[in-house]
Design a protein around this ligand. Structure first.
Ligand code: ATP
Length: 451
C-alpha cells in the first residue's frame, strides 16, 4: 500500500479534537451495535467513519459510548473492499433507539450505489460480555474461516437480535462478527483514526511528510507501522478517496494523541480511537502443508525444498514442505527488502512460514528460521596445490593428477549464512492489517523486526 502525500496550502498543527479514550469501563454498555460493508473502493466512505457518526449521534442523545471495536475479518474473503473491516459500538443507549439511529446513519452515508456494497446492521441488547458463545464462535471463525449470509441470519435469529440488510445484506456477516468479537478475542491493539472534513474527500491529502516520520520515531515502538523507514513511505496515510486522513496504530493508547499532535496536516475534522484485532495474527491457523487449502491463512512447519528463484515482476518463490508434500511460498514484489531475506534461504533450512494460501501458493507474511543448513557437500581441494580435485572414476573418490593426492568423497564445507535463527517479517508497507508486527513481542524465538 504505497502512499502518496501531497503538501498543499498552509499546514496546521491542529488543536486537538478528541473523543474519550476507549479503555475505561465507567458504565456498563447495554447494547452492542454491529455494522459492516458500507464503503466503496471507487466512491470512498469507510465503515469506521460511519460508526463514528453513529457514536456521535448516540452521544448527542445523551447516551455513552464506551468503546468502538474495529474488527478485521478473514482477509481471504473475496467480497472485501480492502481490509475486510467491521465495527461494533458498545453503548448504554437502549437497543431500539440504537437500532434506529444506526439505520438512519447507514441509510445516509453508505455507498450503496456501488454494486459491491451491501451493508448490514445487527443490534444486540445486553452487554458485550453477555453475547452467547455461538456468536463469539461466529466472530472467531469470521476471522479465520468463511461464513455464508444464511449462517449469520440463523445465528442472529437464534440470539434474538434485530438486523437490517441493504441490497443482498452480506454485511450482516461482518456486523454479527463484530458483535461477538468482545468475547472471542483476548489480544487487542488500538488504531487512532483522524478524519478529513467532508469537502476535502477525494482531494490530495495535505500531510507533512517529515512530521510523520519525526512523530513515528519519537513514539516507536509504542506506535508501529506508522511509516516504512526502508522505502520512506508514510503508511499511516491512505491513498483511497475516503474520509481517513491518517491512522496511528499501536499498543499504547496514551501515545496517540501526542503522535497526532506532532503531525502537521490539513485540519482534522474529527477523530476516534478504536480497539481492534489488527496486528494480532488472528487469521492464522496452525496447520500442515498437506492440509493447507486456498482461502485460509496458516502457520506451517517444514523445510525449504528448492532454492529461491526470482520470477517476472520481481516476485520470489521457493518450494516448502515435507517429504511427499510441498507448497510454493511467495514473497511478492511489494514486500521489497523482505525478498532479500527469502533469497538467503537454502534447501534444507527448517522454517515456520505464515501467510494466506491463494491459488496453491502461500503468500508470505512472516517466517521463523528454526534451523539453518550450515554446511554443504563439495568436491575436495587438493591439500598440496589447493585446486579442486577431479573424480577418480565412479565410486572411487577424487584425486589430484598433478600432486597425486586422493580423497574418498565429497566433504562438508561450512557456508556463510546471512540469516539468523528467529522471526523475519514483511516491512510495514506490505503488512496486512491483521498480521502481527514482530515488535509487539510474544513470539517463540528471537525476532528481527522491520520498521
Ligand atoms: P474496508 O476495509 O475498506 O472497510 P472491507 O474490506 O471491510 O472494506 P467490506 O465492504 O466490508 O470490505 O466487504 C467485506 C464483506 O465480506 C462484508 O459483506 C462482510 O460481511 C463479508 N465477510 C466478512 N467476513 C466474512 C467471512 N469470514 N466469510 C464470508 N463473508 C465475510
Amino acid at each position: 500500500m504505497p502512499t502518496v502525500i501531497t503538501i498543499c496550502g498552509v499546514l496546521d498543527t491542529h488543536p486537538w479534537i478528541e473523543t474519550p479514550l476507549v479503555t475505561a469501563d465507567i458504565r456498563t454498555p447495554v447494547t452492542v451495535i454491529g455494522l459492516d460493508d458500507t464503503d466503496s473502493r471507487e466512491r470512498g466512505m469507510c465503515t469506521t467513519y460511519v460508526s463514528d457518526t453513529i457514536a456521535r449521534r448516540l452521544e448527542a442523545d445523551t447516551a455513552t459510548v464506551d468503546r468502538v471495536l474495529l474488527i478485521r475479518c478473514n482477509p481471504a474473503v473475496k467480497h472485501k473492499t480492502r481490509g475486510n473491516a467491521a465495527v461494533a459500538i458498545h453503548t448504554d443507549a437502549p437497543a431500539e433507539a440504537a437500532f434506529e439511529t444506526a439505520k438512519r446513519v447507514i441509510d445516509r452515508l453508505a455507498e450503496t450505489t456501488d454494486d459491491r456494497t451491501n451493508p448490514g446492521l445487527v443490534v444486540a441488547p445486553g452487554s458485550p460480555e453477555s453475547v452467547p458463545k455461538a456468536v463469539a464462535t461466529f466472530a472467531h471463525d469470521a476471522v479465520c474461516d468463511h461464513h455464508t449470509r444464511d449462517r449469520a441470519v440463523d445465528r442472529l435469529t437464534a440470539a434474538d437480535y434485530r438486523s437490517h440488510g441493504w441490497k443482498n445484506g452480506r454485511g450482516i456477516i461482518g456486523a454479527l462478527a463484530a458483535i461477538g468479537a468482545w468475547n472471542a478475542f483476548d489480544d487487542w491493539t488500538y488504531e487512532h483514526i483522524c478524519y478529513r472534513a467532508a469537502d476535502r474527500w477525494g482531494t490530495d491529502r495535505a500531510v507533512g511528510f517529515e512530521s510523520v516520520f519525526e512523530a513515528a520515531d519519537a513514539f516507536y515502538p509504542r506506535v508501529w507501522d506508522t511509516v516504512d523507514r526502508g522505502t520512506g513511505e508514510a503508511v499511516c496515510v491512505p491513498r483511497t478517496p475516503g474520509p481517513v486522513l491518517f491512522g496511528i496504530r499501536g499498543d499504547d493508547p496514551t501515545a496517540f494523541q501526542r503522535v497526532a499532535e506532532r503531525i502537521e496536516s490539513e485540519p482534522i475534522d474529527r477523530s476516534r480511537t478504536f480497539l481492534t484485532n489488527q496486528g494480532t495474527d488472528g487469521h492464522l491457523r496452525t496447520g500442515t502443508v498437506e492440509d493447507a487449502r486456498d482461502g485460509y491463512a496458516y502457520r506451517l512447519d517444514g523445510a525449504v525444498f528448492s532454492a529461491p528463484t526470482t520470477r517476472r515482476g520481481g516476485h520470489v518463490f521457493f518450494e516448502f514442505g515435507n517429504e511427499g508434500t510441498t507448497i510454493d511460498c511467495a514473497a511478492f514484489e511489494p514486500t521489497k527488502r523482505f525478498r532479500d531475506r527469502i533469497r538467503c534461504l537454502r534447501v534444507g533450512d527448517r522454517l515456520t512460514v505464515c501467510g494466506e494460501v491463494s491459488r496453491g501458493t502461500l503468500k508470505l507474511e512472516k517466517f521463523a528460521v528454526r534451523e539453518l543448513r550450515r554446511t554443504e557437500l563439495t568436491t575436495p581441494l587438493c591439500p598440496e596445490c589447493e585446486r579442486t580435485m577431479k573424480s577418480a572414476g565412479r565410486g572411487q573418490g577424487y584425486r589430484c593428477r598433478d600432486c597425486e593426492t586422493t580423497a574418498e568423497g565429497k566433504i562438508d564445507r561450512p557456508i556463510d549464512r546471512a540469516l539468523e535463527i528467529g522471526w523475519y517479517e514483511v516491512p510495514p508497507r506490505a503488512r496486512r492489517h491483521i498480521a502481527k508486527p514482530l515488535i509487539r513481542g510474544g513470539f517463540d524465538a528471537e525476532t528481527h523486526p522491520e520498521r
